[in-house]
Design a protein around this ligand. Sequence first.
Ligand SMILES: Nc1ncnc2c1ncn2[C@@H]1O[C@H](COP(=O)(O)OP(=O)(O)O)[C@@H](O)[C@H]1O
Ligand SMILES: Cc1ncc(COP(=O)(O)OP(=O)(O)O)c(N)n1
Length: 269
Amino acid sequence: MTNQFPQVLTIAGSDCDGSAGMQADMNTFQRCGVYGMSVLTAAVAGNSYGIFASQPMPVDFINKQFSVLADDFAIKACKTGMLTDAITIETVAQNYQKYDLGPLVLDPVIITKHGDMLLQEDAYETLKSQLIPQATVLTPNYFEAIKLTGIQIESTDDALKAAKILQTMGAKNVMVKGKHNDMTQEEVTDLVLLEDGTSFTLSEPFVNTTHINGTGDLLSACIAAELSKGTNTGDAIRQAKKFVTAAITEQLDVGHKFGPANHLVEYNF
Ligand SMILES: Nc1ncnc2c1ncn2[C@@H]1O[C@H](COP(=O)(O)OP(=O)(O)O)[C@@H](O)[C@H]1O
Ligand SMILES: Cc1ncc(COP(=O)(O)OP(=O)(O)O)c(N)n1
């Protein structure tokens, strides 16, 4: 008897402490019941105190990883994470066009929640012109949405305006993740704008914890996994928000400062 799992690809950096990046993506894929693969774009030396060094992968090596995977596997969906610089973005954009990799969930990893910059500033325009137009779902956090659109976001209406601007750049569906740095807030609210023009918000209780590294990765990896199963975009996003909330609520005690969200949480999909 054989087990057939949908095959899903993360195109991302390695975070050596396992809290974020492709390690978080692979754990999420496993939790979601899909078979995960990875194209390594960069590696960072980081722990729960922050990121201390980073190294992009050579273009030829990135190209080779795409070609060997595309030759052999039937990839049903993919997601991107840390892409470092303009040349890496161009390389990923070209490979996504060249091969049939299914829907693309683009997590525009620019800045971590602790302020580490993971994308060079001179690469923002390349991200906008080459990769955002190919995104099936774009998932900027609050700061990334401001940087990419240039508008201030103070309300749900502002988040919708930002999502509309990102849609005009070519992203089909956009999820603008809400702010969660106010210890008195009761909920965290994300705004979703779908391809057909409908929009909705997703709110979950704010969890006051220091263990939320990698939440953006968990969310985007879970959306990609759900899309690979044939789940519609709106439901894939709803499911991912629930999964991330469970991963934040059931804390994993790893690291001395800002620990990881719990990628290993039991969750019934
Ligand atoms: N403390 C928190 N309590 C509840 N939800 C949170 C918290 N922190 C993040 N989230 C949720 O986790 C998901 C990922 O968002 P975010 O952490 O902003 O992304 P990123 O990792 O890209 O910065 C979003 O759905 C957001 O609402
Ligand atoms: C290699 C690598 N990739 C991505 C991140 C950041 O992950 P993300 O989930 O977008 O952000 P945080 O929740 O960790 O702020 C990383 N740290 N390393």
